[in-house]
Design a protein around this ligand. Structure first.
Ligand code: HEM
Length: 458
């Protein structure tokens, strides 16, 4: 998600950290940026930073930026070229009409019903991963969250089973290079992985040119107007899906387990276990531990934001993470309280939607997929939840997307070798119907309302 940001955005983010009295590389800041927000900062939703960029901290003001016609991605100075010289400006970083065309082309692959088709595969991935790591102490991020997120994205991109091990090894290096260049330890290995990643999609495009299917690559290649896309357009969109969906999903899954493991009320895992309330847990984790903290924009037409005059070209940093803890909107904003999302008649109207998945034209395309993945993962984990170990957690050194790097856990009932191999062998077709994750399949359709409403009126 943070990939391709150009120097102006990086400078503005550093200024924002300075404004908060923090150093962008300080592990304490990365672990908990919220502690830096003072009541005086909260009192004003829009702040002009010394270098001219503007930080937006309030929920209403952030929402206005994300939905407003005066804000966008501008002419292009904000972004860089990357990925073997391919244009880095995916549709996430384009304004209409380019954005509308490209998003429209892939949108049907992310509809609630289409995503629902992945439910059994997601459940099978979770069961196999959880069975594998139920052998004793481990790390939730590396053992479950990362491989699960990568498997789900491979499903979406239509990566064949036999290509997965190599594809996933390369994709991991590619996404690390895009989103967290500081973590690249071997530049040659990363460059080789990028080359193979691009070559993989070249091969897919070649195959789909000859024989189109109903998969994502075919859809990207064969435009609705009858023209055929260039390979670079296909690769750019596929790399957007990887970079937008991977770190964010890892962050959501691992923060969910961290919150539930630390939940003193004892009700968190009960809510996660119950298909009627699992959604509320996912929404509360998204609100409280927003994976995407900042969604940069540029002012495309002179305007005014809550009394602050903004001229064209100004960089604006809506800080979703702070908006989602705005005390003017959420009672006890720093407290993990899934119940606030339970849909009663009154709370439905009173509780504004969090902005963790964005809003407006760029509302997260993968929202239904991310929610489904998290619900299924939590439902499997809730059967016998992992407990966090008394060891320090560490955070990724990325301010735009915040996520745990390590989450040491222990599993209460280590699985036997037999149960592990059963879980690995189980396919969607032979999965036990009593598995709570599969019961969730119906709930997913019931939840279609929620996600459809998001898409219609994000
Ligand atoms: C917990 C997981 C996720 C979170 C928190 C998240 C968050 C977001 C946010 C905040 C945006 C808006 C960015 C902006 O306005 O600048 C966004 C856009 C996007 N997300 Fe997600 N996302 C998640 C998962 C996914 C997944 C799994 C995919 C796909 C595999 C995905 C694909 C996209 C795409 C393609 C966009 C760009 C949409 C557009 O520009 O029209 N996301 N996401």
């Amino acid at each position: 998600m943070a990939g391709h940001e150009g120097e102006p955005i990086r400078i503005a983010v550093r200024e924002l950290a300075r404004f908060l009295g923090a150093d962008i590389e300080d592990p304490r800041f990365l672990a908990d940026p919220h502690q830096c927000v003072t009541p005086a900062m909260r009192a004003r939703p829009v702040h002009r930073l010394p270098g001219g960029a503007v930080a937006v901290l309030g929920h209403t003001a952030c929402s206005e930026v994300l939905r407003g016609a005066h804000f966008g991605h501008g002419a292009g100075e904000l972004y860089e070229m990357t990925l073997l010289g391919l244009p880095a400006r995916s549709f996430l970083q384009l304004d209409a009409p380019g954005h509308t065309r490209l998003r429209g082309q892939v949108a049907r692959h992310f509809s609630v019903r289409r995503v629902q088709g992945l439910a059994q595969s997601v459940a099978a991935h979770v069961r196999a991963l959880v069975a594998d790591c139920r052998q004793g102490p481990g790390d939730f991020v590396t053992d479950v969250a990362e491989p699960l997120a990568m498997s789900v994205i491979s499903d979406v991109l239509g990566v064949a089973d036999e290509d997965r091990p190599a594809f996933q090894r390369d994709a991991r290096l590619v996404v690390q290079g895009l989103d967290q260049p500081a973590r690249v330890t071997d530049e040659r290995a990363t460059a080789r992985a990028r080359f193979r990643f691009v070559r993989y999609f070249h091969q897919q495009v070649k195959a789909r040119r000859a024989a189109p299917t109903d998969d994502l690559v075919s859809t990207l290649l064969h435009r609705p107007d009858g023209t055929v896309a260039e390979v670079r357009e296909v690769v750019t969109t596929c790399s957007l899906l990887l970079s937008a969906g991977y770190d964010t999903t890892v962050s959501l899954l691992s923060h969910a387990v961290a919150e539930l493991a630390g939940d003193r009320s004892g009700q968190g895992w009960d809510l996660a276990r119950d298909i009627r309330t699992a959604d509320a847990v996912v929404e509360e984790v998204l609100r409280l531990q927003s994976p995407v903290q900042i969604t940069p924009r540029a002012v495309v037409r002179d305007t005014d934001l809550q009394g602050v005059a903004l001229s064209r070209g100004t960089i604006v940093l809506p800080v979703l993470a702070f908006a989602n803890r705005d005390p003017a909107v959420y009672e006890d904003p720093d407290v993990f309280r899934p119940q606030r999302h339970l849909r009663t008649h009154t709370s439905d109207r009173a509780q504004p939607r969090h902005l963790a998945l964005g809003a407006g034209a760029h509302f997260c395309l993968g929202a239904a997929l991310a929610r489904l993945t998290a619900r299924h993962a939590l439902s499997v984990l809730a059967v016998d939840p992992p407990m966090s170990r008394d060891e320090p957690r560490t955070y990724q050194d990325n301010v735009t997307v915040r996520g745990l790097r390590t989450l040491p856990v222990t599993w209460p009932n280590p699985s036997t070798a037999a149960s592990r191999s059963r879980a690995r062998r189980s396919t969607p077709a032979d999965a036990a119907p009593s598995c709570p994750a599969l019961a969730l399949a119906d709930a997913d359709l019931a939840h279609a309302d929620l996600a459809d409403a998001d898409q219609r009126n994000p």
